[in-house]
Design a protein around this ligand. Structure first.
Ligand SMILES: [Zn+2]
Length: 44
């Protein structure tokens, strides 16, 4: 499964449990990119 940084868009090939962090910018929100159709979740 491939993940993608929510800030800089860097693809993260793997994530260790408890260490969700972009290796490029250090951003801590990573999205799953497994599904070809993006799903948007609104949090209000
Ligand atoms: Zn990043």
């Amino acid at each position: 499964m491939v993940y993608k940084c929510g800030k800089c868009g860097t693809e993260v090939p793997s994530i260790e449990e408890g260490l969700v962090r972009c290796p490029n910018c250090g951003y801590r929100i990573i999205y799953k990119t497994r599904d070809p159709i993006a799903k948007t979740i609104k949090v209000e």
